[in-house]
Design a protein around this ligand. Structure first.
Ligand SMILES: Cc1cc2nc3c(=O)[nH]c(=O)nc-3n(C[C@H](O)[C@H](O)[C@H](O)COP(=O)(O)OP(=O)(O)OC[C@H]3O[C@@H](n4cnc5c(N)ncnc54)[C@H](O)[C@@H]3O)c2cc1C
Ligand code: FES
Length: 286
């Protein structure tokens, strides 16, 4: 594993400068925090204080969706958050101008390979969140690299960031479980016809999507096609910095008698090689 990439001051106070509902139960929050934005990389995350005060006690983890710029310099971050419980509801209730505590940027970023590769981003549901920043980083690196965004959702209301990522010159394909938009079926079915030498895959979404992805990548390998593929896991993260072991995932380890060990996804991840995770032992609640 690479050395942990984050050092220096990670504890910040930002200011909420935008907070609007952009899709059903999905809020786009803008936070001004120049010192954090300056070092953020695609695939990294932040821990956000849901409210001022101690309730709820624990911060919540969110991917850095995009950056805010002023005079060409990054001055803040965008977070896309789906309301599912008390913490995310409290964040949706945040008012403009309020201070907000945040920790980050945290975790390992995605490996983006080289511009001569065809980079395919695979997103499931709110797992779409990191890909606006990924697409922006790729475009800053190369205006011509072939980039495809495959995004799935349970229905058309839960498909995110298609316009934003298309505007950055990426091919966009949509899949929905009920067929209300795009391909009727799973997003991983859109990936299979794209697999050929020179393709690199990065993914974020629920564990069942990752399990299907692992099967697709393994099947390609058995045909002699080695596709680099990283996934960003979204295990619940009580602390976000390695102190609690609440975020562990089973990873392959030949040094252990059972062939695996538990890795803290907040510090060793959240980005892992798809083949590094023991999907047969992974919980399926997410
Ligand atoms: C690295 C990382 C990045 C993330 N990025 C984003 C993001 O960009 N946007 C976003 O909306 N969410 C993201 N999440 C998920 C987000 O952290 C949770 O949705 C949030 O913590 C839930 O808090 P809550 O208080 O609203 O819900 P809680 O009250 O804590 O939980 C409500 C219910 O949701 C379940 N739950 C809790 N955490 C998760 C989870 N991670 N996935 C699915 N179900 C869960 C609980 O079991 C419970 O049943 C990310 C998580 C991680 C670890
Ligand atoms: S969230 Fe606490 S150790 Fe990872």
């Amino acid at each position: 594993m690479d050395a942990y990439p984050n050092e220096g001051q990670l504890d910040h106070e930002g200011v909420v400068t935008g907070n609007v509902e952009v899709a059903r139960d999905c809020w786009r929050m803008e936070i001004r925090c120049p010192e954090l934005a300056r070092t953020a990389k695609s695939g990294q995350f932040v821990m956000l204080r849901c409210r001022q005060g101690m309730d709820p006690l624990l911060s919540r983890a969110f991917s850095i969706c995009d950056l805010l710029y002023e005079d060409g310099e990054p001055v803040g971050i965008v977070v896309l958050q789906l309301i599912i419980g008390v913490g995310t509801q409290a964040l949706a209730d945040r008012q403009l101008g309020e201070p907000i505590g945040l920790l980050g940027p945290l975790g390992h970023p995605y490996g983006l390979g080289t511009p001569d590769e065809h980079l395919v981003m695979v997103a499931g549901g709110i797992g779409a969140a990191p890909f606006a920043l990924v697409a922006r980083a790729l475009r800053e690196r190369s205006p011509t690299q072939r980039v495809t965004y495959l995004v799935g959702g349970r229905n058309a209301d839960y498909v995110y960031l298609t316009d934003e990522i298309a505007e950055l010159g990426c091919d966009v394909q949509v899949a929905t479980d009920d067929g209300s938009r795009g391909h009727h079926g799973y997003v991983t079915q859109l990936l299979e016809p794209l697999l050929e030498p020179g393709v690199r895959v990065i993914a974020c979404g629920p564990n069942p999507m990752f399990k299907s992805l692992a099967v697709v990548i393994r099947a390609a390998k058995e045909r002699g096609l080695q596709i680099p593929c990283q996934v960003s896991t979204e295990e619940s993260m009580p602390c976000g910095f390695g102190a609690c072991a609440g975020c562990v995932v089973p990873v392959v380890s030949n040094a252990h008698p059972d062939g695996f060990r538990f890795a803290k996804s907040c510090v060793e991840g959240p980005v892992f090689d798809v083949e590094a995770i023991r999907w047969d032992l992974m919980r399926s609640i997410h």
